[in-house]
Design a protein around this ligand. Structure first.
Ligand code: F6P
Length: 519
């Protein structure tokens, strides 16, 4: 990891040249017509070698690539020395240089397979055992609330990586959930979020999981205090907190100061980045919702992908072929402190099912910006609907959208459809240029192990990009400024005369709030 600018690599320069000289000539319609074996050439299938069965198909043939372009992209990966950087990550070297930390989410799902030397990695198994015992006790009803009733609701209180991963996994794996255990996730500092959730909870039967790596995050601690006050309004005595509050954190001191028993704390370590923490104790809500066995399958599925990333030649290596995106790329300085002269991450968004087609796909199909997309679908569903074709309809859209994006609709086709009397403007508005790239990813069924593999695949894709771009994918300095400014403003909100040191817009907005506030 040199901290070198990606644009200095020979392969980058070659790609830049190809882009400048060939971009108009790369037309998917022509490429597919010229190469009848394009799908075979530019698709690859992944199968787990051990652990639970996982197979994934990645079809990347609808990208604006040719064999020479792909070869140059792989040369870029070689030139950036992604392979040795990857080995350093797996070995526990402190590749998060700005924070002097190892990056070892892979150790959380390693099951003693790879050799990793770093403090705490030998404790992973003990924390998993703790999670197993605890989640099984809650799910079986053995764990009782302070009045002797079983737990029927869990509320995870966390934000960012301490929320989003578990939310996504529990939502995606709902078919595996325990239906009589409700799960809520509170993240937002907007009091409406927690207030509306607490309305649905019974203090005698609710378990709060305070998920915070640092245990200092303003949103989480504020929500946790609110949850505790709400609970104590009914339970009255502090000693009852032990049956209803657990913590997932690296900060024992802050957890005990909050009033949570050390026994009820699930530990993790500074080498687990927030965005990569669902595999750690932060996944307790997942284990509670889908059961520990399924949580373990999720970890094993991810471990299978780790092995694939570590051991597969670049040409067949899924994360390398995808090389993609995440919030903590997006830096303008390399690890060596040089300013980059290229983009380090696109804006990413998405939607499940066909909902996106009825909203933002318009921009993807006919807008002026090239928006590459990934389409992900299972061949079979957990929820086949009797006498209906839901899944076939869903999949027909899954096949149709990448096809439409790639091949579009020509003016001749539109004219033929509309007939001679159609206005020119209408004809033009219905033309789809096509040539919009996409990847399609399919698998037989969304099992916990498959989801684990998918998430790990995207995690490693971030890593590959970060190495090529020369940036640190594992710190998040950019998030800090807003937090600091908000703390300063919070102390000024009481009186208009306290509002100091801001521009006129910010001052005006705060004064407006002070005029109308009621709290
Ligand atoms: O704001 C970003 C971040 O630092 C994430 O990386 C992290 O997941 C989130 O805040 C929450 O932090 P914590 O788990 O320490 O409460």
């Amino acid at each position: 990891m040199s901290g070198k600018l990606a644009s200095d690599y020979d392969a980058w320069k070659k790609l830049q040249h190809i882009y400048e000289t060939e971009r108009g000539k790369l037309v998917l319609k022509d490429l597919f017509a010229e190469e009848s074996d394009r799908f075979t050439k530019f698709s690859t299938e992944y199968a787990s070698k051990d652990g639970p069965d996982v197979t994934l198909l990645l079809d990347y043939s609808k990208n604006l690539i040719t064999k020479p372009i792909l070869d140059t992209l792989l040369s870029l990966v070689r030139e950036a020395d992604v392979e040795s950087a990857r080995d350093k990550m797996f070995a526990g070297e402190h590749i998060n240089t700005s924070e002097d930390r190892a990056v070892l989410h892979v150790a959380l799902r390693n099951f003693n397979d790879f050799k990793i030397q770093e403090d705490g990695t030998d404790e992973v198994g003990a924390v998993l055992d703790h999670m197993k015992t605890f989640s099984e006790a809650v799910r079986s009803g053995e764990w009782k609330g302070y009045t002797g009733k079983t737990i029927n609701t869990i509320v995870n209180v966390g934000i960012g990586g301490s929320d989003l991963g578990p939310v996504m996994v529990t939502e995606a794996l709902k078919p595996y959930s325990k239906r009589d255990l409700k799960a809520h996730f509170v993240s937002n500092i907007d009091g409406t979020h927690i207030a509306e959730i607490l309305r649905e909870c019974d203090p005698e039967r609710t378990l709060f999981i305070i998920a915070s790596k640092t245990f200092t995050t303003q949103e989480t601690i504020t929500n946790a205090e609110t949850a505790k006050s709400w609970f104590l309004e009914t339970a009255k005595e502090q000693k009852h907190v032990a049956k209803h509050f657990v913590a997932l954190s690296t900060n024992t001191k802050a957890v005990t100061a909050f009033g949570i028993d050390k026994e009820n704390m699930f530990q993790f370590w500074d080498w687990v980045g927030g965005r990569y923490s669902l595999w750690s104790a932060i996944g307790l809500s997942i284990a509670l919702v889908i059961g520990f066995e399924n949580f373990e399958a999720l970890l094993k599925g991810a471990h299978g992908m780790d092995k694939h990333f570590k051991e597969t030649p670049l040409e067949k290596n899924l994360p390398v072929l995808l090389a993609g995106d995440m919030e903590s790329n997006g830096k303008s300085i390399t690890k060596g402190g040089q300013r980059v002269d290229y983009q380090t991450g696109p804006i990413i968004w998405g939607a499940s099912g066909t909902n996106g087609q009825h909203s933002f796909y318009q921009l993807v199909h006919q807008g002026t910006k090239l928006i590459p997309a990934d389409f992900i679908a299972p061949a079979t569903t957990h929820n086949p609907i009797a006498h209906s074709k839901h899944h076939r309809i869903l999949l027909s859209n899954f096949f149709a959208q990448p096809e439409a994006l790639a091949f579009g609709k020509t003016e001749e086709q539109v004219r033929e459809e509309l007939g001679k009397n159609a206005s020119e403007a209408l004809v033009k508005s219905k033309v789809f240029e096509g040539n919009r790239p996409s990847n399609s990813i399919m698998f037989p069924l969304l099992t916990p192990a498959t989801l684990g593999a998918l998430i790990a695949m995207y995690e490693h894709k971030i890593f590959v990009q970060g190495i090529v771009w020369g940036i640190n994918s594992f710190d998040q300095m950019g998030v800090e400024l807003g937090k600091v400014l908000a703390k300063n403003i919070l102390s000024q909100l009481e009186k208009p005369e306290d509002v100091k040191g801001h521009d006129s817009s910010t001052t005006g907005l705060i004064h407006y709030y002070q005029k109308w506030r009621k709290e």
